[in-house]
Design a protein around this ligand. Structure first.
Ligand code: MN
Length: 250
């Protein structure tokens, strides 16, 4: 078998696609990305909130969810390594989904060597440490006991609870200041130092950008992935030539 020339193929990063059966155009855009540009990548790293909501892997029975898993699997079988990290919306994605989709679940945070750099990967909500209410809530729902009890409920009840939590969080967001919901620079610097990373890639805050941080003991470039809409996807690429944005439009 001839050796694949993986050296020249980029690593692509996306997050916050927020796929849902109610948004056909967005789904179409993401599926064409998986069938198109993602095929020429060595790996695709999805940094959370692939789905707008995930009630549990038994929801793979829904045709929409099964279709997304199939499309990811087709990409993985075409030779692109696909890694998936949980976001705050889809942290209940489990091993059954990962198997069906042919993806590797990445812990948050994770460090990977990419294009010769130590790169720290995270969804990003863990850096929003100015929002104490949110961090308390996050810690509670990430407990194994909470997850176990939640997943034990019938699927329809779980979906209702998620819709209720969503409405409550939208209401609370309106009352919070933008700075409260942004990442805390102290948390970013602490993470870059702890993991000795020169690059940090995260999503969650839905405002794409590139920042340079001069921290206590090191310097770090932070790439923030943008949220997808039905007309545009935010895609970051890295290879030996450097780091750059790729835009994905229909
Ligand atoms: Mn998020």
């Amino acid at each position: 078998m001839p050796m694949a020339k993986t050296g020249a193929r980029p690593t692509l990063f996306v997050s916050d696609i927020h796929l849902s059966a109610h948004d056909a155009e967005l789904t179409e855009l993401f599926l064409s990305f998986l069938a198109g540009p993602a095929r020429s990548a060595a790996s695709l790293i999805i940094l959370g909130d692939l789905f707008d909501a995930w009630a549990g892997d038994d929801d793979l029975a829904a045709p929409f969810n099964a279709g997304i898993a199939r499309a990811l699997r087709a990409l993985a079988e075409s030779g692109t390594d696909v890694a998936l990290m949980h976001g705050n919306r889809d942290f209940l994605i489990g091993d059954d989904f990962a198997r069906a989709a042919g993806v590797t679940l990445l812990p948050d945070p994770s460090v990977r060597e990419i294009a010769g750099q130590r790169v720290l990967l995270s969804h990003g909500d863990g850096f929003c440490t100015n929002d104490l209410d949110y961090q308390r809530f996050r810690a509670e729902i990430r407990k194994p006991s909470w997850k176990e009890a939640f997943l034990h409920k019938p699927l329809s009840e779980r979906k209702q609870m998620i819709a209720k939590l969503r409405a409550q969080s939208e209401y609370e967001k309106k009352k919070k200041r933008a700075a409260t919901m942004d990442v805390s620079l102290a948390s970013v610097c602490e993470a870059c130092c702890t993991y000795r990373a020169t690059i940090l890639v995260h999503g969650h805050i839905h405002r794409a950008g590139r920042f340079h941080h001069v921290c206590h003991e090191s310097e770090c470039t932070r790439w923030v992935l943008g949220a997808w809409s039905s007309s545009q996807g935010s895609v970051l690429a890295a290879d030996d030539q450097g780091w750059r944005w790729l835009s994905t439009s229909p």
